[in-house]
Design a protein around this ligand. Structure first.
Ligand code: CP
Length: 309
């Protein structure tokens, strides 16, 4: 059987193009299965997976849990806000306690960049990074690229602009790595204060004018302003940000082509995207969520095949 080149899924940076194509091919099979009346396969019977969320999540947490249950894994869920972390327990003590219950794989979201990598060097279980601070969110980038492939037939040769708070976005970094490995051209667009200086070293184009960015692209991925990660003001007001960088029907309708609109969620309607655009036929936002289950089934299944038993 084909297999991944990595032992853990920490970031897209570590994956080869073959890894990504293998995940997509496997996700195609799982997508077909989860659209059947009986949506479950016995592939991961006897595998136990712990979902450890030290940060809030709706899509990623539910999508991983559903993916694991569709594969017949045993699943335990941990949320830091209702755990003994609140009493001062460290990350490594928390995880070692959970692993002593014979857990084979850990899916972890954590506010600190590098937390998933740190864990992978300390424990025997396979680790999947479900978002580590401002660093990477690999399964989000995989489901985003998979959704572009589904809508446009291929990712190679497509022009994708990522708009908004690039500075604080793990989704942006993972998307840049993933899209480039698959042969797409990537541009970032936003206010100067929200575009990190190193970004051009990654081979992406930078544009501060939304209209010019939209004229260039085939796909626009609109990001949320991550106010929870901003300790200073990066722009005068959300209203002004929305006027300059918000995607609305007027600007979309004035383009001489029909671009694909994406958003990783959660959406702040009326800030980075208006409701009529988010809910339009150009939007693939809910396709992204649907594809997230198949892509996470694929990543989980492929990593689980490397567990020593
Ligand atoms: N896209 C994403 O990571 O959403 P959640 O924060 O709800 O998991």
């Amino acid at each position: 059987m084909d297999n991944l080149s990595v032992e853990h899924l920490i970031g897209i940076k570590d994956l080869t193009e073959n890894d990504i194509q293998l995940i997509f091919k496997t996700a195609d099979s799982f997508k077909e299965i989860i659209n059947r009346p009986i949506k479950k396969v016995p592939s991961l019977r006897d595998i136990t997976i712990a979902n450890l969320f030290f940060e809030n999540s709706t899509r990623t947490r539910l999508s991983f849990e559903l993916a694991q249950k569709r594969l017949s894994a045993d699943v335990i869920n941990f949320s830091a806000s209702s755990s003994s972390v609140k009493k001062g327990e460290t990350l490594i003590d928390t995880v070692n306690n959970i692993l002593s219950m014979k857990v084979d794989m850990v899916v972890m979201r954590h506010p600190n960049p590098g937390a998933a990598h740190f864990l992978s060097t300390k424990v025997k279980a396979k680790i999947i990074n479900a978002g580590d601070g401002t660093h990477e969110h690999p399964t989000q980038a995989l489901l985003d690229a998979y959704s572009i492939r589904e809508r446009l037939g291929d990712v190679a040769g497509k022009k994708v602009v990522i708009v908004g708070d690039i500075l604080h976005s793990r989704v942006a970094l993972s998307n840049i790595y993933c899209l480039q490995k698959l042969g797409a051209e990537v541009m970032v667009c936003g206010p100067t204060t929200l575009i990190p200086k190193y970004i051009q070293d990654l081979g992406v184009k930078v544009e501060h004018n939304l209209r010019k960015a939209l004229d260039w692209c085939d796909v626009a991925n609109m990001l949320r302003i991550q106010l929870e990660r901003q300790d200073i003001k990066y722009f005068p007001s959300l209203r002004e940000y929305s006027m300059q960088y918000g995607l609305n029907k007027e600007i979309l309708g004035s383009l001489d082509k029909e671009i694909v609109v994406m958003h990783p969620g959660p959406i702040n309607r009326g800030v980075e995207i208006t409701s009529d655009v988010a809910d339009s036929k150009q939007s693939i936002i809910l396709d992204q969520v649907e594809n997230g289950v198949a892509v996470r089934m694929a990543a989980t299944y492929l990593l689980a095949s490397k567990i020593e038993r």
